[in-house]
Ligand binder design. Structure first.
Ligand SMILES: [Zn+2]
Length: 348
């Protein structure tokens, strides 16, 4: 073998290796040149066949070719790996400039949305928000509110009794009684929202637990005109500019008592399924606080008067969100709650 021959072979190998794009082919070249039985090993073995200065020249030539091939193979290996990486990146490409996927955020429950809206409207009229216990005595829940012992509301069927004296409050009006007892004859102007409990057979529109909202105002000189003014303002704020009507009702703790209706938002008074063909939707019960209730808490009913009103916050929520049933609101079904999130209240 001559050096010139080895160099010629190495030149063509260098140009072939530079054009390779396959790691398998590159390995074949490495074995052919640098392997145990490769060209370089054989050329080194052939050094001893030369003599004198020719031997030195040949040995130098073999070393040069060995170095060059080693370097070319290493460069090609790097290049092929870089190309493979570039291909992988191109295939799995992620655009890092895209905005991240936002995690799902929670939202206020629809009942809470309506509650906050009501409390805010009342707040602008000067009603302060108050709270009371859900486990209540029969005195604050019934006796103090002029609900006699033989009243059907006190029936075991309608009330969850904890023991002889205590029960789960059946209305938020119990908080009115507590606040009047604490007021010691001073004026009171308060709004109360919270859970109430009824021992009812559960169906689409009745639940054993639901939310109510109560407001009341006790002071000198309050008349039925004040009640009407507050109720109509509330209805306008909640339902827009619709007709409002008052109808006679009977509640034990108010006298006189009224039910307050607004015109149905779907049929505008002509009658539809949502309003049971009446054209009206009942939104609240109200009345002038009964003289017996005022007397119970030390107010002189000839000098001091007051009015109270309340509504089923849960029922109002179903009306406002256009839901036919009450139960799904409390089932915690995320699909429903997500569908309602941010949806404007319908004000049926
Ligand atoms: Zn209607």
């Amino acid at each position: 073998m001559k050096v010139s021959e080895l160099e010629r072979m190495s030149r063509s190998a260098v140009s072939e290796i530079s054009a390779l794009s396959d790691a398998g082919k590159l390995e074949e070249y490495r074995v052919r040149w640098l392997g145990g039985k490769g060209l370089i090993r054989r050329a080194r073995a052939a050094i001893k066949e030369h003599q004198g200065p020719e031997r030195v020249e040949f040995a130098k030539g073999v070393n040069r070719v060995a170095e060059e091939i080693t370097e070319v193979l290493a460069r090609a290996a790097d290049r092929i790996e870089d190309e493979a990486t570039a291909r992988r990146i191109a295939e799995d490409w992620i655009d890092p400039s895209l905005p991240a996927t936002a995690p799902r955020r929670g939202a206020p429950h629809p009942v809470r949305v309506v509650e906050l809206r009501c409390v805010e409207i009342m707040g602008r009229l000067g009603f302060e928000q108050a709270e009371g216990p859900e486990v209540e005595t029969s005195y604050y829940n019934f006796d103090a509110l002029n609900i006699p012992r033989d009243h059907p509301a006190r029936d075991m069927q309608d009330t969850f009794w904890v023991d002889e004296q205590r029960l789960l409050r059946t209305h938020t009006t119990s908080v009115q009684a507590r606040l009047l007892a604490q007021a010691e004859g001073r004026p009171v102007k308060v709004v109360v929202a919270g859970r109430v409990y009824r021992n009812e057979a559960v169906d689409a529109t009745h639940l054993a637990m639901f939310h109510q909202l109560d407001g009341f105002w006790v002071d000198q000189g309050l008349t039925f005109a004040h009640l009407k003014g507050v109720a109509v303002h509330l209805a306008r704020e909640l339902y827009g500019d619709r007709r409002v009507r008052f109808k006679p009702k009977s509640y034990p703790y108010t006298e006189p008592s009224v039910g307050i209706d607004v015109e149905c938002g779907l049929c505008h008074g002509s009658g539809c399924a949502a309003c049971h063909e009446s054209g009206w939707v009942t939104i609240m019960g109200a009345g002038m606080i009964h003289r017996n209730v005022l007397k119970e808490f030390g107010y002189d009913p000839d000098r001091v008067s007051g009015f109270a009103f309340g509504w089923g916050l849960s029922r109002m929520t179903t009306q406002m969100y256009g839901l036919a049933k009450l139960r799904p609101v409390y089932r915690g079904d995320l699909r429903l709650l997500r569908a309602l999130d941010g949806r404007p209240a319908l004000c049926v």
